[in-house]
Design a protein around this ligand. Structure first.
Ligand code: GLN
Ligand code: ZN
Length: 767
């Protein structure tokens, strides 16, 4: 009989209980015991929710107070010395690694965060060195399992596997060899995993889910020997524990060779991202006893699963395994932590729209329905029928969505992706019109989002102040921002973005085709959750979105005002996309809407526009073979949005990072007149990449770190400019901060900008 399972669940709690408790604990408003009490309650409530939806196998250990990678590091004692020796108790040490600690004379920075595969979740990077001493520092996985088991659940512990854990790690600063590869420590670490498996078995665990998503990467082959020795050692040391080797976010492809002969009891594959791998995997394992867990319900999106299509895939898998349904588990494709908790918390969406959605709780129900349909189609007939109706309604809506937008995308011509003249011609026209000196100074868009701004917005949203009052407030804010920039003597000004709640949400709300939720929170990191907009249909722009504010700002200054937009790829990547049309089409629809906005800005007398694309890089597919196709439509989308204007319009773009590893060609291809990048901490290395690839257009490497209150001196920023000009042509350089200033105070950013402008003025004279 096929069983059902989910691989993990959101941690926040239906009313954000865990987030609130964490923040209260950090603010020293509740004790560690109170925090743990909330965590325990939420874990047990989660198990009850999953079970009530009819799921057979309950995941334990996927709950985390901050991050499951950090939990795993902590369990195996991967704790850099300065934290281990800080004298803090284990919980405070854990949070110190997560978010830094500055109290009672202990001053520790947070460890580094990185994006979790191609998701918007961030994990804390394990730090290792040659003599990292592993041990079982705690037994959280066992404790979590026992807690669930004692509460009567059929629990399956989840562990992040040893090879993935170390492959996600980095050499710590005090490693002897800076090129030290943490994966070299796997043989030393694996015995502690085996010991943990034994303990889990003794506690009553029959199965353990061991996640090795590193198998989704092109270069996983280099770990083949490690997989063999590690998983053979598990089978030897803990023969009674069945390991479900778990992969997600992609396809195994040739990496199946690495695992097909391992002594594993089960293999989980992602059939949402890669349904085609079912044939390959069932064929490879048909003659063995291996259980195949089919991840048929997406852990990454918010859409209802097409259950009849999923059921067909499951039936095909069963047939390929000789008709033995007990060899199949129906599961979520990955942990459900990347989805919000439940649609039951959404009170404002139209019922017919809400009916398209399935969040974590509802996805549990889908998994259970599929498993029972596989056992006995009759038992689930009614649920399948209701699902089919909903899917059909959604498809009907989709196909009738907005033919005009689709036609426009279908008719994009090569010349729509090109500015009228090449950059050198545009540059001359723009320099004259903008009348810019050497090292022109500018900022990245936002100025401090003060409490006052947030309060006004909240009051406006609650209907406590009128539209007119709110807009008057915003105009006054813009006026103040413009005056401050004039006083600082910046060259290209911005309006400061006071009207924006968020750089994506703001545009989503003004574009057709998006809907917003009240409670669809997904974890970005720790207690930080975001509520991505949902793209439900074809995207278009009913009316101008930013022109009013930019035009007002331009009307009160003689200096050039830079329009400010979020780019198409970033809007797409920070939203929940549709699954019925490709990301490429969605990106181009958004790009066309932005193109009209850029044209309208020019008509309103704006001479420069910045189209932010900080999310381009994170959208890169996991497999290199898919990079080119992605980068092509990402670059085309940006070009589409910026190419509708005359040569005189200065189009800029912005990235919050500067590591353009293997995508420099695409950055060049954007053909933005100017790009600003983060550089305050990165130094010359990045600039040399631009030098060696002969980046042809203009560039503003960040001169100061916007995350810090620190005010670098004029001298420090001047030296940075001197260094920049020694590597790149000085005519190509701008002077600007790393990113927007919304999280700074006015006192901080005014002091920072003053020194920056002075540094640029000095550099103009000297260089
Ligand atoms: N224009 C935005 C700002 O200044 C850019 C933010 C970003 O790059 N993340 O806030
Ligand atoms: Zn940025």
């Amino acid at each position: 009989m096929a069983q059902s399972a989910v691989l993990g669940f959101p941690r926040i709690g239906p009313q954000r209980e865990v987030k609130k408790a964490l923040e209260a604990f950090w603010a020293q408003k509740i004790s560690a015991e109170e925090l743990q009490k909330v965590a325990t309650e939420q874990r047990l409530a989660t198990y009850a929710t999953i079970k009530s939806q009819g799921v057979d196998i309950i995941p334990t250990g996927s709950f985390s107070l901050y991050d499951h990678v950090l939990d795993t590091s902590n369990t195996f004692n991967i704790i850099p010395e300065k934290y281990a020796k800080s004298g803090l108790n284990p919980l405070d040490t854990y949070f110190a690694m997560a978010r830094g600690h500055q109290r009672n004379g202990v001053d520790l920075p947070a460890t580094e965060m990185q994006k979790w595969f191609d998701s918007n979740y961030h994990y804390l990077v394990p730090e290792l060195k040659e003599d990292t001493e592993f041990k079982l520092n705690n037994l959280k996985p066992v404790d979590d399992f026992v807690e669930a088991k004692n509460a009567g659940y059929n629990a399956r512990p989840v562990l992040l596997g040893p090879i993935t854990l170390l492959a996600l790690g980095k050499a710590s600063d005090d490693a002897k060899d800076p090129n030290f590869d943490p994966v070299s420590l796997v043989p030393k670490l694996a015995p502690y995993y085996a010991e943990l498996l034994v303990k889990l078995g003794e506690a009553g665990a029959e199965w353990v889910q061991v996640d090795e998503p590193v198998l989704m990467f092109d270069d996983a082959q280099k770990y083949a020997a490690l997989f063999k020795s590690v998983y053979e050692s598990f089978a030897q040391t803990a023969p009674n524990v069945k390991v479900l080797l778990t992969t997600y976010f992609g396809r195994l492809d040739s990496n199946i060779e690495i695992i097909k002969d391992l002594p594993i009891a089960g293999l989980h594959i992602d059939c949402d991202r890669a349904p085609e791998q079912i044939d390959q995997v069932t064929a490879a394992f048909a003659s063995k006893k291996t259980v195949i867990s089919l991840g048929l319900v997406s852990g990454r999106n918010i859409w209802k699963t097409d259950l009849s299509a999923a059921l067909k895939l499951a039936q095909k898998a069963v047939a390929a395994l000789g008709g033995d349904a007990s060899r199949v588990i129906i599961a979520s494709s990955s942990s459900l932590q990347h989805t919000p908790i439940t649609i039951a918390n959404e009170k404002k969406l139209a019922p017919e729209v809400l009916d398209w959605f399935s969040f974590a709780t509802e996805k549990c129900g889908e998994v259970a329905t599929l498993a029972s349909a596989l056992r006995d189609p009759q038992s689930a007939a009614e649920r399948l029928e209701v699902n089919a109706k909903s899917i059909k309604a959604r498809r009907d809506f989709e196909t009738n969505s907005d033919p005009a937008v689709r036609e426009r995308v279908a008719n994009i011509k090569p010349e729509d992706l090109k500015r009228k003249s090449p950059f050198p011609v545009r540059r001359e026209i723009q320099r004259q019109r903008l009348n810019l000196p050497l090292f022109p100074t500018t900022t990245i868009g936002s100025f401090p989002q003060t409490k006052e701004i947030r309060q006004y917005r909240a009051r406006f949203n609650k209907g406590e102040i009128t539209q007119e009052e709110y807009e008057k407030f915003l105009e006054d804010e813009i006026k103040m921002v413009v005056e401050k920039q004039e006083a600082l003597n910046l060259d290209v000004l911005v309006h400061g973005e006071p009207e924006r709640n968020d750089m994506v949400q703001y545009f989503g709300e003004l574009l057709d085709g998006f809907v917003f939720t009240q409670n669809a929170w997904v974890q970005s990191f720790g207690s930080r959750y975001v509520r991505p907009p949902v793209i439900v249909s074809d995207v278009s722009r009913p009316k101008p979105m930013t022109v009013r504010w930019s035009a007002y700002a331009q009307s009160i200054t003689k200096k050039a005002m830079k329009g400010m937009l979020t780019g198409p790829v970033t809007i797409l990547n920070w939203s929940f996309p549709r699954v019925d049309v490709s990301r490429e089409i969605q990106s181009k629809q958004i790009a066309l809407a932005l193109r009209d906005e850029v044209v309208d800005l020019e008509k309103a007398g704006i001479l420069a526009v910045q189209v932010d694309e900080p999310a381009i890089r994170e959208g890169l597919p996991l497999r290199r073979s898919e990079w080119d196709a992605y980068l092509k439509w990402a670059v085309d989308s940006f070009r589409l949005s910026t190419s509708g204007v005359s040569d005189a319009m200065n189009t800029a773009s912005h990235f919050c990072y500067s590591d353009f590893n293997s995508m420099m060609n695409s950055i060049i291809d954007l053909d933005a007149d100017m790009i600003s990048i983060e550089n305050a901490k990165a130094g010359s290395k990045v600039l040399k990449v631009f030098q060696s690839t002969q980046y042809p257009n203009e560039i503003g490497p960040g001169l100061f770190d916007i995350h810090s209150a620190r005010v670098p001196s004029e001298e420090e920023m001047y030296q940075k400019l001197v260094n920049m000009a020694s590597i790149l042509p000085k005519e190509a350089l701008w002077a600007n901060p790393d990113c927007g200033l919304k999280t700074r105070t006015w006192a901080e950013c005014e002091a920072q900008l003053k020194n920056m402008v002075n540094a640029a003025e000095r550099a103009r004279k000297d260089l």
